[in-house]
Design a protein around this ligand. Structure first.
Ligand SMILES: C[S@@+](CC[C@H](N)C(=O)[O-])C[C@H]1O[C@@H](n2cnc3c(N)ncnc32)[C@H](O)[C@@H]1O
Length: 190
């Protein structure tokens, strides 16, 4: 196995590693409002699955406003705790519902208008089940923004994951430009 291969390709990103990409410098390359803004509007219920320390969850809460909700989902309670602490400082904690997922269950019970999967799906153990569960909670007409880190996820793997999404009933509508990343916008077929 190559150095770090297990860490980056096969395992869940540990909370202490998240500081390497979720820090103030990140705004230079990933402006969250520009990346997710086109898919969101006030009052929406949206999900940030694999939210990590909440880089996107906080921005999404500001966009959907007081009438909206962000469901921030992560496998690691530590990530959710860090995310909620940041949300408290940003004054948006009351708009963010934390959900601690398991490897088999995304844990979302209510219908959502939009799902963000940012640099996380390559860590999911059971991808077909994962997209099947998203299919059952995403409202008709809603979008998924699916983004992977270009360095860690080769195009072959990205296409393989998109294949699972298609099999779950999604179609690919767009391939937006996101720095250092491969990205696709998905919605339910038909
Ligand atoms: C590389 S981090 C990205 C965090 C965040 N999306 C960002 O861009 O800053 C990936 C996150 O996905 C979470 N994760 C991995 N598999 C998951 C799953 N099946 N369900 C929910 N979260 C998951 C990890 O715990 C980790 O916090």
């Amino acid at each position: 196995m190559k150095p770090f291969q297990g860490l980056f390709f096969k395992e869940v990103c540990p909370w202490w590693l998240a500081w390497t990409f979720d820090n103030p410098l990140r705004r230079v390359i990933h402006k969250p409002e520009a990346i997710v803004g086109p898919y969101l509007h006030e009052g929406m219920t949206v999900a940030d699955i694999g939210c990590g320390m909440g880089y996107f969850s906080l921005a999404m809460a500001k966009i959907v406003g007081e009438g909206g909700i962000v469901i921030a989902v992560d496998l690691q309670q530590k990530m959710l705790d860090l995310m909620q602490a940041r949300a408290g400082k940003a004054g948006v904690a009351h708009q963010i519902h934390s959900v601690c997922a398991t490897t088999e269950d995304i844990g979302i019970k209510d219908p959502v208008d939009f799902v963000l999967l940012f640099w996380m799906a390559h860590e999911v153990k059971n991808i077909p089940r994962f997209f099947g569960q998203i299919y059952s909670v995403l409202k008709k007409g809603g979008n998924i923004l699916y983004v992977e880190p270009r360095l860690h996820v080769p195009d072959r793997r990205f296409q393989e994951i998109l294949g699972h999404a298609r099999q779950a009933g999604f179609q690919i509508n767009d391939a937006p430009q996101v720095r250092l990343s491969r990205a696709a916008v998905l919605s339910k077929k038909g």
